[in-house]
Design a protein around this ligand. Structure first.
Ligand code: ATP
Length: 255
């Protein structure tokens, strides 16, 4: 699917000693302090932490949208020094092109690459994958928040990235839609084998999705702990083991 010679579809990600200092209006702000962790090929990792702990800063550095003051992000061993087609990015606010249809949005990243027929096939496949069959000719203004986010996910997957990087992607939709999108994302992850790095402030969401959870603490943002979530999927809040993990992560965030 992605042409890697090792037969894998995901990415190995290495976050190595990342520091980030901003020059704030009232002096320097240390947003991240010595953040290091690795993500394996095909793994689903969530980054959680309270407001201001540096989640979005870390997301932007991994996406290559911002540079670290010190330290490196490596994607399959190559240093990230700007946005790359190897990483598909999904934001909370969708960022769709309002003047393009669903198909036009999904196919955006393919316009200079494949032939017309191949591009149409790939776009159709992705529109189906995210459950928007029948909405290919609709415009974003006619879609619900959940549908817009499905378009954004399909667009991110269009160029067949190794890493799917998501920042609070379901933060703007209602609770029911959020649960549906979480289930759909797990299906897409299983089907495609992508590595997923998913930022959220919602502990329940992280526990439903992740193989591992990176808990960040603030002032400055640093890793509090990295936890394995060794629970069978689909996971339920009413499972006592889930509840125990939930309390543990909350304690870590509060400490
Ligand atoms: N461009 C910037 N200039 C100065 N300070 C910044 C800038 N961006 C972020 N910060 C500061 O860096 C710290 C981390 O911010 P960041 O947005 O990464 O946190 P967050 O965990 O994503 O928060 P939230 O969950 O509220 O979005 C905060 O103290 C924030 O004020």
């Amino acid at each position: 699917m992605n042409g890697r010679s090792d037969g894998a579809f995901g990415a190995r990600v290495s976050i190595d000693g990342v520091q980030k200092r901003y020059d704030g209006a009232e002096g320097p702000v240390q947003a991240l302090d010595d953040v290091s962790f690795d993500v394996s090929d095909g793994e689903f990792v969530c980054i959680v932490g309270s407001s201001g702990c540096g989640k979005t800063t870390l997301f932007r550095i991994i996406a290559g949208l911002e540079s670290a003051t010190e330290g490196d992000v490596l994607l399959n061993g190559t240093r990230v020094d700007g946005p790359t087609p190897d990483t598909g990015v999904v934001f909370q606010e969708y960022h769709l092109f309002p003047w393009r249809t669903v198909r036009g949005n999904v196919g955006f990243g393919l316009e200079n690459s494949d032939g017309d027929a191949e591009r149409r096939r790939r776009v159709g496949e992705l529109v189906d994958l995210v459950g928007l069959d029948g909405f290919g000719d609709s415009y974003p203004k006619d879609l619900s928040g959940g549908m817009k986010q499905r378009v954004a996910i399909a667009r991110a997957l269009a160029v067949d990235p190794d890493l799917l990087l998501m920042d609070e992607p379901f933060g703007a939709v209602d609770a029911q839609t959020r649960e549906m999108l979480q289930r759909e994302l797990l299906d897409i992850w299983t089907e495609t084998g992508k590595t997923v790095l998913f930022v959220t402030h919602d502990v329940e969401e992280a526990l439903k999705l992740a193989d591992r959870i990176v808990v960040l603490s603030k002032s400055p943002g640093h890793i509090r702990e990295v936890l394995d979530v060794d629970l069978e999927r689909p996971r339920s809040r009413s499972d006592p083991e889930f509840g125990a993990h939930y309390e543990r992560v909350l304690d870590l965030i509060r400490e």
